[in-house]
Each structure stands twice: as C-alpha cells, then as structure tokens.
Write a protein that binds this ligand. Structure first.
Ligand code: NAD
Ligand code: DAU
Length: 335
C-alpha cells in the first residue's frame, strides 16, 4: 500500500506509523502533519530515515498540497484533528476548521484523484453520553454529540458517509473509545496524572470523578484500524472498544497505587462544562466480521505505559518546557 497518513506526528498517528512500518516492510507512508502544539516529530525520530517513510510539513486545509500528495497514494488514513475536549470548550473555531473543513478538503482530493480509499478515524463521543445501566454504543446508536469537539467529529463522519453515498468514494469509519499508551500529549488524563505524580504535583480530578470512560491501549487501536483498512467492508462503520469501563476515580486510584502515591495527591477541581457521564462500546461487529479484539488488558497496559513515561523523561520534559516547538519554529518557521 502507498498510504497518506494525516496527523501522523500526534499520539495515535505516530503509533500507527510505527506499527505499519514494522508489519508491512513494502508499504510506503507519507505523513502530512501541520505540527500544531500536539504534533511532535520526536515521536518518529527512530524511523525518520526509513526509505519507505516521508514527512511533509503541511496543513490538511491546503487543498493544492493535499491534491498533489493524493496523486502518489492509494489509501488515506485520516487522523489529523484537534482532539482535546477541554480546548474545544475554550475555543471551538480550530475544531471546525481542521475537523470539519479539513476533512472535506481531503475527501474532495480523494474523489478527484481516482476515488482513493479513505479511512476516517473518529470517536465514540459522537454518540453522546450513556446512563449508568444503558447498553453500550454500537454502530446503530443515533448521533448526539455534546461538546464542540464531538460535534465537529460528528460533522466529519457525516461528510465521509455523504461522499460514499454521493460519489461512491470507498470509505470506512471507526469510532473508538479513550486511548492511552506511549507518546500521548500530557494534556490528557493518563499522561497528565502520571507526569504530575512523577513531579509530586497534585492531580486534578474533575468534579466527583464518577464519570466513566472505556479505555483501550493504543496498540490495539492501531491493529483494529489496520484490519478495517485492509479487510473492512466499504461504506461501513466499526466501533472499537477496550472492554475496560472505569470511573475516573478508579483510574486515579490505579495510577496512584502503581506509582506508590497516596490519596492526598488528589485535588477535586471544578467539573468540565457539559461533562459526558459515560462512554461504553459494544465492539461485536469488528470482533465477528474482522476477528479483532483487544490483546492488552488495562492492568498490563497501564503498568507498561507508566514505565514508558518514566523511561522517556526527555520526551515529556521537552514538551512541558515548550522546547520541542522552538525546534520546529526554527526548522519550519512560526505557524
Ligand atoms: P493528537 O492531538 O495527539 O494529534 C493530532 C495530530 O494532528 C497532531 O500531530 C497535529 O499536529 C495534527 N494536526 C492537527 N491539525 C492539523 C491540520 N490542520 N493539518 C495537519 N495536521 C494537523 O490526537 P490523537 O489523540 O492522536 O487523535 C488522533 C485521531 O483519533 C483524532 O482524529 C481523534 O479525534 C481520534 N480519536 C482519538 C482518541 C483518543 O483517545 N486520543 C480516541 C478516539 C478517536
Ligand atoms: O472517547 C474518546 C475520546 O477520548 C477522544 O475522542 C478524545 O480525542 C480524547 O481526548 C478522549 O476524550 P476525553 O475527554 O474522554 O479524555 P480526557 O483525557 O480529556 O479525559 C478523560 C476523563 O478524565 C474525562 O471524564 C475528563 C476527566 N479529566 C480529564 C483531565 C484532563 C479529569 O478528571 N481531570 C483532568 O485533568
């Protein structure tokens, strides 16, 4: 395959690039990434000289560039997005720009270059929030996004489906639950808490911490995406989950215990606006049709993830100090 990966310098995209280069030595990858605050080429340092890999610094909003790149590939795997819910509450515009308009530009270019195979990475948050005892989301759950982030992702999902129905663009979509693992930007719950605790800083639990998320190790997400890209049915959506529903307090206590810290490190802070109560995923479809299910249990995954952050201090200290962006500004100019 000749794959255009968007957002490959982010958390999941960089894990995916590592996975593909390891599994498929004949595949080639173009990684198109704007290097926003969340993009970090350090995530890809070890493969930057791989002859099957090329980085292109650019924005998915650049229609001319995207159109050119599309000529050299047969598949797109679209990760690029503004991904953090709290940021979307503070400033929603960038979310519509990249997640909605940027997706549209990619779809147009895929259509205009011979209907390039297009896989769209989406989220379980498009389905809204579940009550405690409600059945988990599946592919037929009606859309009900609550945050500007999830509304923008829902819009992009609709556009992707519209290009399938209108133009027969060969698309698939995956809606996944909360990922954790190496290279996650330390604004998200798991790395934020782990890194605070390494530095003996308190960890901010929103509200009472009773909200529930389903957790999936990023390596399992990458395997699921790869299955869908190679074996999925065109036009279909696949829900991906980890079978690991946990309240935020449960996650907090697991991390505290694993790091040998006590409850005095918890600080209950003001709740997130419009905080969704619960996400949960029924992943029977991908399990039955594509024989995918998670390999990594939460207990194994979180232990390994904490170790990874402990062993990669330079990586996250660079992010926290802002040094990683100074380097890009020098290399590519201020964006
Ligand atoms: P991330 O924020 O870590 O990375 C996003 C990447 O996209 C960055 O490298 C950034 O530089 C790039 N980017 C942003 N705007 C761009 C633009 N206009 N042009 C080109 N590149 C741009 O995100 P992530 O957590 O890796 O998430 C990747 C995808 O997976 C997103 O679409 C997200 O909605 C989806 N997703 C994430 C999770 C999760 O738990 N993190 C779960 C389900 C789905
Ligand atoms: O469900 C999939 C989604 O998971 C992805 O689409 C998003 O891109 C990804 O960011 C993630 O969204 P969440 O909002 O669930 O993730 P976050 O890590 O921001 O928060 C997880 C839970 O922890 C949520 O209930 C809010 C809470 N939280 C978060 C932070 C950052 C806290 O209590 N304290 C915090 O400091």
């Amino acid at each position: 395959m000749r794959i255009l990966i968007t957002g490959g310098a982010g958390f999941i995209g960089s894990n995916y690039i590592h996975y593909i280069l390891e599994q498929y030595p004949k595949d080639t990858i173009i990684n198109l990434d704007a290097l926003t605050y969340a993009g970090n080429l350090e995530n890809l340092k070890d493969i930057e000289d791989n002859p099957n890999y090329k980085f292109v610094h650019g924005d998915i909003m650049d229609g001319v560039l995207v159109n050119e790149l599309m000529k050299d590939v047969d598949t797109v795997v679209h990760f690029a997005a503004e991904s953090h819910v709290d940021r979307s509450i503070l400033d929603s515009a960038a979310f519509v720009r990249t997640n909605v308009n940027g997706t549209l530009i990619l779809l147009e270019a895929a259509k205009n270059n011979g209907n390039v195979r297009f896989h769209h990475i989406s989220t379980d948050e498009v389905y809204g929030s579940l009550d405690k005892d409600a059945p988990p989301f599946n592919e037929t759950t009606p859309y009900d996004p609550h945050s500007p982030y999830s509304a923008s992702k829902a819009s992009s999902d609709h556009l992707v489906r519209a290009y399938f129905h209108t133009h027969r663009l060969p698309v698939t979509i995956s809606n996944c639950s909360n990922n954790y693992g190496p290279y996650q930007f330390p604004e998200k719950l798991v790395p934020l808490f782990v890194l605070n605790l390494i530095d003996d800083v308190k960890i901010p639990v929103y509200g009472t911490g009773e909200n529930i998320r389903d957790w999936l190790h990023v390596s399992d997400h990458c395997k699921a995406i790869d299955k869908i890209v190679r074996e999925g049915t065109i036009g279909e959506t696949y829900c991906i989950g980890g079978d690991a529903e946990k309240t935020n307090m449960e996650i907090t206590n697991i991390i505290l215990n694993a790091m040998g810290k006590g409850e005095e490190m918890i600080e209950h802070v003001e709740d997130r606006k419009g905080h969704d109560k619960r996400y949960a995923i029924n992943f029977d479809k991908i399990k039955n049709e594509l024989s995918w299910e998670p390999d990594v249990t939460f207990e194994e995954g979180i232990t390994e993830t904490i170790e990874w952050y402990k062993n990669n201090e330079k990586w996250w200290r660079n992010i926290k100090s802002g040094e990683y962006q100074e380097y890009y500004n020098k290399q590519y100019g201020n964006k």
